[in-house]
Design a protein around this ligand. Structure first.
Ligand code: G3P
Ligand code: CA
Length: 246
């Protein structure tokens, strides 16, 4: 029988301790010994792929406006760290290209396609392929049309569908697309759901692990991994268990 494993995925980096989706947060995760990083990709108005979660820059920078309405120069002039803590002042919104260059060979990336930009899935895949990263990525999205685009354009890349609810249509649609991973919201995860999804052939990777109690529930429910803002705490919990950390 195979030993159980659990992926520890730093959600937007180690984002409890450093500003999300910045090199500070990703570096910190790697320094904690974490091998998996989750990040969000969007596109600037002049066609550059950037790493930022919200459609607008307002929450996580000192700027104002839609990511898709700003140029790369405008986006990178913003401070993406001081909002979190003054000691992170000067952090910038990373380009996806710079991130691929910086972490080459050091991490597995869980890349979430965000926003409403047309062909963003394909453009993100192009950059992954150009950088020779195809063996070390898992593609994800909440948006089914973006997942469909990923499967059509890059069937060689593992993809996970982020889900807020799992209804009876999910498993057949996921099978039809050849998905290998389903990503339920942590609050909806039970041991029975994990068993059902696994029996249907999927890895089960949770998201939205808001606190340590929910993190423990995910481990006890038997998930294959989770994104978490405090990956050090998940690592410590797993070290006390027979589960292999990945
Ligand atoms: O693990 C995926 C997770 O990032 C989904 O939620 O809102 O943080 O992008 P969100
Ligand atoms: Ca995300």
């Amino acid at each position: 029988m195979n030993a159980r494993r659990c992926l520890v995925i730093a959600h937007r980096g180690a984002s409890t301790y450093a500003p999300e989706n910045t090199f500070a947060a990703f570096d910190l995760a790697l320094n904690m010994g974490v091998l998996h990083i989750e990040l969000d990709v969007q596109q600037s108005c002049d066609g550059h792929l950037v790493v930022i979660h919200d459609d607008k820059v307002n929450r996580t920078t000192n700027g104002d406006g839609e990511v898709a309405a700003l140029t790369l120069g405008e986006l990178q002039s913003l401070d993406a760290g001081a909002w979190f803590n003054a000691k992170f002042a000067g952090e910038r919104i990373p380009t996806f290209k710079a991130l691929l260059d910086r972490y080459r060979g050091r991490a597995h990336l869980h890349v979430e396609i965000k926003g409403k930009t047309a062909r963003l899935s394909e453009r993100t895949v192009d950059m992954i392929r150009q950088h020779g990263w195809a063996k070390d990525v898992t593609m994800t999205s909440f948006q089914f049309d973006k997942i469909e685009a990923l499967r059509a354009y890059a069937p060689e890349l593992p993809s996970g569908w982020l889900l807020r609810d799992i209804d009876d249509t999910v498993i057949p649609r996921a099978h039809a697309l050849g998905l290998t991973q389903l990503c339920p919201k942590a609050e909806t995860v039970t041991p029975a759901l994990v068993a059902r999804l696994r029996e249907a052939g999927f890895d089960v990777r949770a998201w939205g692990v808001a606190n340590e109690e929910l993190m423990r529930r995910m481990v006890n429910a038997g998930v294959d991994g989770m994104t978490v803002n405090f990956p050090d705490k998940l690592t410590a919990l797993l070290r006390e268990s027979p589960i292999n950390i990945q």
